[in-house]
Write a protein that binds this ligand. Structure first.
Ligand code: NAI
Length: 242
């Protein structure tokens, strides 16, 4: 296979599982992370078809550099998985605990990041009749999530997905996944959420990064699906406001 994917936020957690799954399936993969050179290089190491590129997707210039380096290295681009994201746990009722800096950063990375990368990748994806998969969250669907700014950023990602699917069709498909709770370095210590999911979500278990990778891999081959979102949450999305 000669297909090339760029996976952002692939030095850790969900992005790492997605990158490894695609490599297993024969894709060539550019892995990205930010300030994660050591970890990212370790994930890519031993995979002849992988490179790691450190870049901040919240910067349009960096996002373009990331896409350009990917195409320079592999010669083409078939899929972008916009997975990079940040979160912090802040009680929704404590409005004063949200400082401006966090609000701006979460929007810049989680929402503007996918836009920056999509815009930079567009011409290449047009050539390959490629696709974009955005990693949103159940927090963007129900009134829930680690903080209000985070949930708003992910709701934005879902709308961005629909708008881009409409704007870029028929050449480029654009879809999203919406994980619930996934056990990663970001969320491993979120004890109350873990307990809730294990006890109350219909699947009665924590999500693993590989659960999301499975769905991303599936979406890549679903040629008549665009502009949609697939929750990967063990049914957590059914428990509104959690
Ligand atoms: P993680 O903290 O394990 O990994 C985050 C990755 O994003 C790392 O590779 C990091 O280097 C990268 N990153 C952070 N800021 C970046 C930037 N400015 N530019 C480029 N890369 C950057 O997190 P996890 O849990 O794997 O989350 C990945 C995505 O999944 C995020 O978008 C998150 O919002 C989303 N998600 C996670 C859930 C969970 O329960 N873990 C649930 C729903 C969504």
């Amino acid at each position: 296979m000669n297909r090339v994917a760029l996976v952002t936020g692939a030095s850790s957690g969900i992005g790492k599982a997605i990158a490894l799954r695609l490599l297993e399936e024969g894709w060539k993969v550019a892995l990205n992370g930010f300030n994660s050179l050591e970890a990212g290089r370790q994930v890519a190491a031993g995979h002849g078809q992988a490179i790691y590129l450190d870049a901040d997707v919240s910067s349009a210039t960096e996002a373009k550099r990331l896409v350009d380096l990917t195409v320079e290295h592999f010669g083409r681009l078939d899929a972008v998985v916009n997975n990079a994201g940040i979160a912090r746990q802040i009680d929704h009722s404590d409005l004063d605990a949200v400082d401006d800096e966090f609000w701006d950063l979460v929007m810049a990375v989680n929402l503007k990041g996918p836009w920056n990368v999509a815009r930079a990748a567009r011409a290449h994806l047009l050539r390959s009749q490629g696709q974009i998969i955005n990693n949103a969250s159940v927090a963007g669907i129900t009134a829930s999530g680690s903080s209000i700014p985070y949930a708003v950023s992910k709701a934005g990602v879902l709308h961005l997905t629909r708008l881009l699917a409409k704007a870029l069709g028929p050449d480029i498909r654009v879809n999203a996944v919406a994980p619930g709770y996934i056990d990663t370095p970001l969320t491993h210590d979120w004890t109350a959420v873990r307990d809730f999911v294990a006890e109350k979500a219909p699947a009665r278990r924590l999500g693993q990064p590989e659960d999301v990778a499975e769905v991303v891999h599936g979406l890549l081959s679903m040629s008549y699906v665009t502009g949609t979102v697939i929750p990967v949450a063990g049914g957590l999305q059914l428990l509104s406001g959690t």
